[in-house]
Design a protein around this ligand. Sequence first.
Ligand SMILES: NC(=O)c1ccc[n+]([C@@H]2O[C@H](COP(=O)([O-])OP(=O)(O)OC[C@H]3O[C@@H](n4cnc5c(N)ncnc54)[C@H](O)[C@@H]3O)[C@@H](O)[C@H]2O)c1
Length: 377
Amino acid sequence: MSDASIRIALVGGGVGSFIGGIHRMAAQLDGRFALVAGVFGRDPAKSRVRGREWGVPIDRIYADHSELIIGEAQRQDGVACIVIATPNESHFAIASDALRAGLHVICDKPMTATLEQAELLVPIVAASRGIYALTFTYTGYAMVREARARIAAGDIGEVRKIVVDYPQGWLSNGAGDAQIWRLDPARAGLGGCAGDIGVHAFQLAEYVSGQRVTELNAMLSSMVAGRRLDDDCNVLMRLTNGGVAVLTASQIATGERNGLSIRVHGASGTLAWRHEDPAVLRIDRGNGRSELLHAGAPDSCPAAKRATRLPMGHPEGFIEAMATIYRDVADALLGTAPSLIDGEVPGVTDGLRSMRFIDRAIVSNRHGRWTSMEERP
Ligand SMILES: NC(=O)c1ccc[n+]([C@@H]2O[C@H](COP(=O)([O-])OP(=O)(O)OC[C@H]3O[C@@H](n4cnc5c(N)ncnc54)[C@H](O)[C@@H]3O)[C@@H](O)[C@H]2O)c1
């Protein structure tokens, strides 16, 4: 750890968990953050095992996030930032307590478990001295940033239609015990598939296109008997500029792994990106010509170059995409570049909109009608 590193604590990331370990690697990839404290799961004994495995001093492995905030505040070398990688139910409490204690927050999506909590968190962020960033990981891919910059620059003309699809198959049958919280409304929030991956698709559509969804018509289903939350979502959406979007997300798409993809059709061309081939952006022109742009290409936009570490053809993936978000947050914290938070890097604005997406999709599905993104049910 260098003296210049930003000291972080991780909440989540216990043995057998998924995203906490990715945060740990991503945060440290560019040498700007050091993981020095944490609560690595709800079982204190297992948390200590994990923390020691990751080189965290035993006296900085805490029983819960409240103890962590108090303990770190008492140290001269206390953490500056807390990373939240717990199930959705605890995002609000950890983020609000940390912000009120003067810490910066990097939280995984969704912002909170409910829209009401997200609405409460916005003024807490505004009143704090802290930075609040949300790790919508796909926004860290070079070619996603390239697509966003090209559309903003008018490369495919006026956006007319977006097709975003996020198929997974891992909930086609049962879920493993460790993941069971995703099917429990008390822990996941009101959205199942909508809240877990539908939010990624929604956020990506708005992020890449620069458009905002004005209203939606959703059909949410629970295909596997006994489920209390949706495991399949089909949503039609209207955009600010009169364009349309189709969003499908599913966790019962048998055999699918993590095949997020997006196509944006403009008046003069189409941009297409696939997570399973993330270093390539396809551009189809109306004149019968197509281009494949590869991450690292010399004529990539500055935002894509900033998100690329390796020469062309050397694969970068999920960890690097997350690391790019961390690098942008570090720039904001250290003042080494203008802050991109709540712009190129998702913050409360994208967080709140994606929570509203879940909420309105549930309302629309319940009443079987178009529902405004602004409307209060
Ligand atoms: N950005 C992404 O691409 C992405 C991918 C996967 C998950 N996520 C999000 O990250 C979060 C975690 O997902 P996951 O897949 O890692 O879940 P997981 O179930 O694999 O892991 C959650 C971990 O948090 C621990 N935990 C639970 N409550 C805690 C608490 N109060 N304090 C400390 N630790 C606690 C659990 O013991 C476990 O170790 C979820 O909100 C999920 O939506 C984001």
